[in-house]
Design a protein around this ligand. Structure first.
Ligand code: ADP
Length: 466
C-alpha cells in the first residue's frame, strides 16, 4: 500500500516537474507572441501614417520662411471630411502650436503635438479620451528652419480591441494548456512507471521460503532492465548466504550431536551395573575427551560467529614476526613436546609486518596445531620467509600426511575434514582452517596452500610490504 502511494506521488511529481518547466516555456512563447503581434500592428499603422503624410506633403509648398497649401480645394474636399469608421485625422500647426489647418473630421477637437521636435516621430496618445496613434513631422523651410508640424493620427481602438482579445485568449488558453499537459504527462509518467509495479510485486512476495524465484527481466535493455538484473543478483547472493547458513546449522548440529551421543552412550553403559573404580575412571576419561571436544568446537563456533557478524573490529599494529611466532610456540609448548616436533627456521628473515596481532597469532596457531596432528612424531616443522615486490610471505611447512589435489579446495570450508582424517583417530572439528580463512579475509591477508600426499603441506600467509 505504502509503495502504491509512493508510486502515485512519483507520477504526480514527474508530471509536476514537466508542467512547471513547460509552463515557463509556454509563458515565454505567449509573451513573445503577444509582443510580436502588437509590434506588427503598430508597424502597420505607422506605415499607413507615413503613406498618408506623403500624400499630405504633396499639397504643401514650402518656401524660404513659410509654407502654403498648393491645393486647398483637395484638402477641403478630400476624404477626411466625413466621419468614417476608421478616420485619419490631419492637423497642421505652426511652431507656436496654433493650428493652421485641420481635417474636418476633428470637429472642435485638436491633435496635441510635442514641442521642439526635429524629426519625424510616431507615438500613441489620446484624442478626446480615445487612444490614437500619431505621426508628427516637422515642416522644414528651404533654409532648414522648422516652420510648423504636420500631425496625422488614426484611432487605436481596433488595435486595442484586437490586442485585448488576444490577451484574454492567451490568459484562458495558458492554464487550460497546463492542465491538459499535466493530465497527459501524468498518464505518460504512470505508463513509464508501470513496469516497476511488476518488479515490486514480484520482489514483494519473495521470502526466505521461495528465495529461488527471480524477477522476470524486461524486454528492453534499459535502466529498468539493469535494476531488475541487479535485484536478481542480490537475490542470488542472499540465496547463497541463506543456503550456506542452513548448511552450517545442519553441519553444526550434526557435529555437536556426535560427541553428545558418545557421552550419552558411555554414561548409559556405565549406569547399567556397578563397575570397578578402574572401569569408572576409563569411561569418565572417554566422557572428558568428548566434553573437551565439544567445548573446543563450541569455542571455535563462537569465534566464527563473532567475526561473522563483524562485532569485533580488527586493530592493525606493527608485528615483529619472529616474536609473534615464538609466542605461539610458547603457548603450544605442551603439544609440541608430546609430538616431539622439530621446529626449524630456514631462510627466515626477521621481518616486521602490519596485521592484527590476535588474529594472526590464531592463524599461525591453527596451522601449527594441524601440522602437529597430521605429521608423524618427531618430524620437521619449518618456518621461512620470502619477499616479492609487494609482499612479505611467511610459510609454515610440515612433512606430514599431505592433502590430495581433489580435497585441497575444500579444506577451508567449515566442518570439512579430509576422508583420511575423518576415518583416522586424529581428533578434529573441521573448523580450525575455517577460522584461519575467516581471519585471512577480515584482515585481507591472502593465504595459500601447497600440499602433496605423503610429502607434506605448506601454508603461506601473504602480508603486504610496509
Ligand atoms: P581439523 O579440526 O579436522 O583439523 P581443520 O579445519 O583445521 O580441521 O582442517 C581441515 C582438514 O584439512 C583436516 O581435517 C585435514 O584433513 C586437512 N589438513 C589441514 N591441515 C593439514 C596438514 N597440515 N596436513 C594434512 N592435512 C591437513
Amino acid at each position: 500500500m505504502a509503495i502504491n502511494v509512493m508510486q502515485v506521488n512519483l507520477r504526480n511529481r514527474i508530471a509536476g516537474y514537466y508542467v512547471f518547466t513547460t509552463g515557463i516555456l509556454i509563458a515565454g512563447i505567449f509573451l513573445l507572441l503577444y509582443y510580436v503581434i502588437a509590434q506588427t500592428m503598430y508597424a502597420h499603422l505607422d506605415e499607413d501614417l507615413t503613406t498618408e503624410s506623403t500624400e499630405v506633403f504633396k499639397s504643401i509648398v514650402v518656401l524660404s520662411n513659410q509654407f502654403v497649401f498648393a491645393n486647398p480645394y483637395e484638402w477641403k474636399e478630400g476624404e477626411h471630411k466625413q466621419v468614417e469608421v476608421n478616420p485619419t485625422f490631419i492637423q497642421v500647426v505652426d511652431t507656436a502650436g496654433n493650428f493652421v489647418r485641420k481635417s474636418e473630421n476633428l470637429f472642435s477637437a485638436t491633435l496635441s503635438g510635442r514641442k521642439d521636435l526635429h524629426s519625424k516621430v510616431f507615438y500613441s496618445t489620446t484624442l478626446s479620451n480615445s487612444s490614437i496613434r500619431q505621426l508628427q513631422m516637422p515642416i522644414v523651410s528651404t533654409e532648414n528652419k522648422i516652420l510648423g508640424y504636420l500631425l496625422i493620427a488614426v484611432p487605436l481602438s481596433e488595435v486595442e480591441i484586437l490586442l485585448h482579445n488576444l490577451q484574454i485568449l492567451l490568459v484562458i488558453v495558458y492554464p487550460i494548456t497546463l492542465f491538459l499537459l499535466f493530465i497527459l504527462s501524468r498518464f505518460i509518467a504512470g505508463k513509464s512507471i508501470s513496469p516497476v509495479n511488476k518488479v515490486i510485486s514480484t520482489a514483494e512476495h519473495i521470502t526466505k521460503e521461495n528465495l529461488e524465484e527471480r524477477i522476470e527481466l524486461p524486454q528492453h535493455k534499459d535502466e529498468l532492465y539493469r535494476l531488475t538484473a541487479t535485484i536478481n543478483q542480490l537475490l542470488d547472493r542472499l540465496q547463497d548466504t541463506v543456503v550456506r547458513e542452513q548448511q552450517f546449522t545442519s553441519d553444526a548440529s550434526h557435529e555437536l550431536r556426535t560427541p553428545l551421543t558418545s557421552i550419552k552412550g558411555t554414561l548409559e553403559v556405565l549406569i547399567r551395573k556397578p563397575r570397578t573404580a578402574k572401569q569408572y575412571a576409563a569411561k569418565i576419561a572417554v566422557v572428558i575427551t568428548e566434553v573437551n571436544r565439544l567445548s573446543h568446537m563450541v569455542e571455535q563456533l563462537l569465534t566464527l560467529a563473532r567475526y561473522e557478524n563483524h562485532q569485533i573490529q580488527k586493530s592493525f599494529t606493527r608485528i615483529h614476526l619472529p616474536s609473534l611466532i615464538q609466542n605461539v610456540l610458547n603457548r603450544m609448548e605442551n603439544e609440541i613436546e608430546v609430538s616431539q616436533m622439530k621446529i626449524r627456521f630456514k631462510n627466515f628473515a626477521s621481518e616486521t609486518v602490519e596485521a592484527d596481532e590476535y588474529m594472526t597469532g590464531v592463524m599461525i596457531e591453527n596451522i601449527v596445531a594441524n601440522a602437529l596432528k597430521y605429521s608423524k612424531q618427531g618430524s620437521n616443522l619449518t618456518f621461512s620467509t620470502s619477499k616479492t615486490t609487494t609482499e612479505i610471505l611467511c610459510s609454515i611447512s610440515d612433512k606430514g600426511l599431505g592433502i590430495s589435489e581433489e580435497q585441497l579446495p575444500y579444506i577451508f570450508d567449515r566442518f570439512y575434514r579430509t576422508d583420511e582424517s575423518r576415518t583416522s583417530s586424529i581428533p578434529g572439528t573441521g573448523l580450525g582452517l575455517a577460522i584461519v580463512k575467516k581471519f585471512s579475509d577480515v584482515q585481507s591477508l591472502p593465504i595459500t596452500v601447497e600440499s602433496e600426499i605423503g610429502i607434506g603441506t605448506t601454508f603461506t600467509i601473504h602480508f603486504p610490504k610496509l
